[in-house]
Design a binder for this molecule. Structure first.
Ligand SMILES: CC(=O)SCCNC(=O)CCNC(=O)[C@H](O)C(C)(C)COP(=O)(O)OP(=O)(O)OC[C@H]1O[C@@H](n2cnc3c(N)ncnc32)[C@H](O)[C@@H]1OP(=O)(O)O
Ligand SMILES: O=C([O-])CC(=O)C(=O)O
Length: 375
């Protein structure tokens, strides 16, 4: 059973900054729950759309509700022409997280949230269309094709893989995407969600909250770590080489991306799930390097620092084995975490007070103003 991490010091660590009924993180017994359900049970038995519905609408759907919800989302997948034109203008070497941020913001000008009554419909639209924002830009700028943004795929994960690769994905890959989207969906007051709530607390619109959250997720200390972890593991040809270099990196006090956590102390419950799927994908593609290298880094980090892989580390190899380009790793996180962000925005709006903490002043004492001619 994981103990709660002892929290102190900077970064607002250990401060209760509000209330939520959406998830628990790092509590004894179950490391992560969404509205009371253990994330491992959801990842094993649910579809991502069920989890999205749970977070956004409050309860797991019945079969009929899920079928209706998936039908609704399927009908909302295509991008407005004006958004496609904007995406075509974004440079090939732009970071895809900047593309997601811009795509979200532009949609906010085309289909604005005029009243908060529209918050669920606007969220469903973003949920349905985010995979196409990423894939339309990527395929246009990298392969010169204007893809059809609708597909017959039953799930968001399958739809994303279909748009990216231009063909029907395998059942295994659809399953892993589904699990991945569930694992990334919600995580209490992490940096990007807190950003969304701060924005919501000013009574701003949903698109502003989500755009701001994407900006926070982009950094390598948060969602950007899955991409940074891939850049690390692909440097090595063998576990021995990885271990030797890791020891040098730790000696230099480098941060190893994909390890450690602000709240969890001994393990991240999402890791065991995605690690298992990464192993299965490694076997499928006959990998003899990346997965053993990942395990060697994992072992060395634990032995040397007592640091464990977080949700991001084995996501890197899992996504890679499915042929997903590294720079699209963090945008996939956006497609999932949108559900948590939006649910937090709804929660903030339902019981709002503007979030405005105080600062401890550390500057100079009050002093006399000196006119510019006398300075
Ligand atoms: C989905 C997610 O967003 S999960 C997080 C993804 N981010 C990463 O993987 C980035 C790498 N990890 C980190 O930078 C950190 O572990 C964070 C940002 C996740 C958490 O930061 P904090 O809460 O400040 O970490 P914490 O207080 O546990 O750090 C304790 C010590 O371990 C070190 N440490 C923590 N993580 C790492 C790491 N990944 N590599 C090397 N050292 C580390 C810290 O530098 C600190 O050392 P010090 O006491 O000598 O200063
Ligand atoms: O909670 C955090 O600080 C980061 C994290 O794991 C997440 O957002 O999924």
């Amino acid at each position: 059973m994981a103990e709660a991490k002892v929290l102190s010091g900077a970064g607002l660590r250990g401060q209760v900054a509000g209330q939520t009924a959406l998830s628990t993180v790092g509590q004894a017994g179950a490391g992560l729950t969404y509205r009371g359900y253990d994330v491992r049970d959801l990842a094993a038995g649910a579809e991502f759309e069920e989890v999205a519905y749970l977070l956004l609408y409050g309860e797991l759907p019945s079969k009929a509700e899920l079928a209706d919800y998936k039908r609704k989302l399927k009908g909302l997948r295509d991008l407005p022409q004006a958004l496609k034109e904007v995406l075509e203008r974004i440079p090939r070497d732009a970071h895809p997280m900047d593309v997601m941020r811009t795509g979200c913001s532009v949609l906010g000008t085309l289909e604005p949230e005029l009243t908060f009554d529209a918050q669920h419909d606007k969220t469903d639209r973003l949920l349905a269309l985010f995979p196409a924002v990423m894939c339309y830009w990527y395929r246009f700028t990298h392969h010169g094709v204007r893809i059809d943004c609708s597909s017959d795929e039953d799930t968001i994960g399958g739809h994303f893989l279909h748009l990216l690769h231009g063909k029907k994905p395998s059942a295994l890959h659809v399953k892993v995407m589904n699990v991945s989207l569930i694992l990334y969906a919600e995580h209490e007051f992490n940096a990007s969600t807190f950003t969304a709530r701060v924005c919501a607390s000013t009574l701003s619109d949903l698109y502003s909250c989500i755009t701001a959250a994407i900006g926070s997720l982009r950094g390598p200390l948060h969602g950007g770590a899955n991409e940074a972890a891939m850049e690390l593991i692909e440097r090595f040809q063998s576990p021995q080489e990885a271990t030797a270099e890791l020891l040098r990196m730790l000696e230099r006090k480098d941060k190893i991306m994909g390890f450690g956590h602000a709240i969890y102390k001994e393990s991240d419950p999402r890791n065991e799930v995605i690690k298992g799927w990464s192993k299965q994908l490694a076997d499928e593609v006959g990998d003899k390097v990346l997965y053993p290298v990942s395990e060697a880094i994992d072992k060395t980090m634990w032995e040397q620092k007592r640091l464990f892989p977080n949700a991001d580390f084995y996501h890197a190899s899992a996504y890679h084995f499915m042929g997903i380009p590294t720079k699209l790793f963090t945008p996939i996180f956006v497609c999932s975490r949108l559900t948590g962000w939006a649910a937090h925005v709804f929660e903030q709006r339902a019981n709002n007070r503007i979030i405005r903490p105080s600062a401890e002043y550390t500057g100079v004492e009050q002093r006399q103003f000196v006119p510019i001619e006398q300075r």
